[in-house]
Each structure stands twice: as structure tokens, then as C-alpha cells.
Design a protein around this ligand. Structure first.
Ligand code: TXA
Ligand code: MG
Length: 303
């Protein structure tokens, strides 16, 4: 299907599987409450968990959200790319109440994936797109995984190749002059602080409603920070010589590679129906913060 046909499907109120550089999304017209309701239905997602509005550029972003100087600086530094900015909502119709879960704020991002931006530009307005997994499961980072998860609910599925980043966007709120990290992602805390200065205490000003434990979870139980796996567990290793090469998140110990492989390896391991999935310790700094966040949730710890 062409980008123009995908845009038409969105305009007609259908759902479309959309590639982004982070993970695959299940997209709908942000202003169409019936289409947005179909997303919550397809994912089995609780309705109190708001969605991200994806736009083609910063001009479209400021048409739906109110940006202060720091929000603008973040947009300039990281868009297009894996950063989501939560700011006061400006246009309550183009991003409907259901999409925002009734909040006075809206989450916005300009995706880095060219095909995602092309479809949004052809559509001409904000497109909400949560990760295309069923709620609580690992996010899809390949076209095949996205179709397997929610393809049955979509009128069209666009193949954009494997996701280069592999973990969801970083979510920051810029509200009442305070900047807080709501969800760690591939834009790191350090990179954000280099632009806006020290962050407010995490989620202090504004909690991200979607941050529940047992998120991103495969069927097999997950244990993290494991040095000695049990014989019936698959070990997802990190670093040279740790576990079987086939299951390694990154044989060389590279955090970008580990992020890109994370959800795919969790899914592949799960398909083998092991007694459990064990994961090597991952360094905490930089991109490791996002990887460890997803792993703690896969293991069922409260965040
Ligand atoms: O990389 C990504 O962000 C992917 C791709 C498809 O763009 N999308 C994604 O969407 O991860 P989703 O729906 O799985 O996660 C959205 C997160 C949730 O944690 C939600 O609670 C938070 O953003 N969020 C959305 N609107 C918010 C708001 N107004 N205030 C606080 N948190 C918000
Ligand atoms: Mg998700």
C-alpha cells in the first residue's frame, strides 16, 4: 500500500500499522474518537493510559500543544527522533479527549522514520500511535511481529523494515516550567540535561499514567541481573563470552545494539517456551537506563 492510500485509510477512520524508528505503532486519526476507541480495543489497553500524537514537524506540534522555550529547545535538538514531549494541550479536537485520557496535556512527537513522517504529512494532521503490541506484551520491532500482534485490527500494515532504535521514545513533560523524565528511552537523561539543564525529580510534576509494572512481558517468567542462569532458562547475554551467541543482546557489550535487539530477543526466546528467561546485568547509565526500565517491567517489578 502506498503512503497516500495509508493516509486515506486513516482519514476514513481505519487503523494502520505504521513503522517508526523506535517500535512499530498502531495508528489512527487523533481527532476521531471512534477510531481511537478501536485502538484501545485492539490492544486491550486501559482507557486511562493516554496516547502519543505523532506529527510531521514542529509546526504541526505547536498547533496541538503549547510549547515554552524549553519545550522548543528540546524539539529543536531531538526532532525528528525518539523524544516525546508532554505539554499543555492547545487543540482539544484534533487530539480527542479519549486519546489524551481526559488530561489537559498532550504527548507529541515527530518520528525519525521517513515513512512515518510521509504518511502523517499526507494525512495532514496528528496521528495517535501506541506501540502495536497487545497491552502488556513486548513492543514489536519487526514488521512480522507487528502484524502478528495487532495486524487483525488494521486495514493496512506498512513495512518499514526492522526498527533501528528498538525501545520506545523517551517521554518528558514540560509543564508549569518544569521538565521531568516520565519514561526513559533512547534519548538519554544526560542528552536532555545538556539541552534544558537539570531535570525535575522523575515524574514529580506529572505522572505518566501508562507506567505500570508487568509491561513488555513475554509469557515465560523473566529474571534480570543474572550471572548464573538455571539450566532450564534461556540466558540473554550482554558482552563478550556471556551465554550463547545466538541469544546475545550484544556480544560486544554495545548498548545501542542491545536496545535494538531487546524486544526481538525476548520474543524469540519466548517462542522456545523455556521455563524462564534470564538476562545478564546491563550497565545503568546512558541508554542502559531505558533497557533496564523495560527489563524490570518485563520481570514484573513496580517502576
Ligand atoms: O516510541 C514510541 O513512543 C512508540 C512509537 C509507536 O511512537 N509509541 C509508544 O506509545 O510507545 P505508547 O502508547 O505505548 O506509550 C505512550 C506513553 C505511555 O507511557 C503514556 O502513559 C505516556 O506516553 N503519555 C501519553 N500522553 C501522556 C500525557 N498527557 N501525560 C503523561 N504521559 C503521557
Ligand atoms: Mg506501549
Amino acid at each position: 500500500m502506498s503512503d497516500a492510500e495509508a493516509a486515506r485509510a486513516l482519514a476514513e477512520g481505519h487503523l494502520v500499522i505504521l513503522p517508526t524508528e523506535t517500535v512499530y505503532g498502531l495508528a489512527a486519526d487523533a481527532g476521531n474518537a471512534v477510531a481511537v476507541a478501536a485502538i484501545f480495543e485492539a490492544k486491550g489497553r486501559p482507557r486511562f493510559n493516554p496516547l502519543i500524537a505523532h506529527v510531521a514537524d514542529a509546526v504541526q506540534a505547536e498547533a496541538i500543544a503549547v510549547f515554552d522555550a524549553r519545550a522548543r529547545a528540546l524539539a529543536e535538538a531531538f526532532w525528528p527522533g525518539p523524544l516525546t514531549i508532554v505539554a499543555p494541550v492547545r487543540d482539544r479536537d484534533r487530539v480527542c479527549d479519549l486519546a489524551r485520557a481526559g488530561l489537559d496535556s498532550v504527548a507529541v512527537r515527530v518520528p525519525g522514520h521517513a515513512r512515518a513522517r510521509a504518511v502523517i504529512a499526507a494525512f495532514g494532521g496528528p496521528v495517535v500511535a501506541p506501540s502495536a503490541n497487545r497491552s502488556g506484551r513486548p513492543s514489536p520491532t519487526t514488521f512480522a511481529d507487528a502484524v502478528e500482534e495487532t495486524g487483525a485490527f488494521a486495514a493496512a500494515a506498512l513495512d518499514g523494515g526492522d526498527c533501528a532504535v528498538g525501545v520506545e521514545s523517551t517521554v518528558v513533560s514540560v509543564l508549569d516550567g518544569r521538565v521531568s523524565l516520565l519514561r526513559p528511552g533512547s534519548v538519554t537523561r544526560e542528552e536532555i540535561e545538556a539541552v534544558v539543564g537539570p531535570l525535575d525529580r522523575d515524574g514529580e510534576g506529572h505522572r505518566s499514567p501508562g507506567r505500570m509494572a508487568l509491561h513488555y512481558a513475554p509469557d515465560a517468567p523473566v529474571r534480570i541481573d543474572v550471572v548464573e542462569p538455571r539450566p532450564d532458562e534461556i540466558l540473554l547475554g550482554f558482552g563478550p563470552g556471556v551465554g550463547a551467541l545466538r541469544w546475545s543482546l550484544s556480544p560486544s557489550g554495545d548498548l545501542r545494539e542491545a536496545a535494538a535487539n531487546l524486544f526481538r530477543r525476548l520474543r524469540e526466546a519466548d517462542r522456545e517456551q523455556p521455563a524462564g528467561i534470564a538476562v545478564s546485568p546491563i550497565p545503568a547509565q546512558g541508554l542502559g537506563e531505558a533497557i533496564n526500565d523495560r527489563l524490570r517491567r518485563a520481570a514484573g517489578f513496580v517502576g
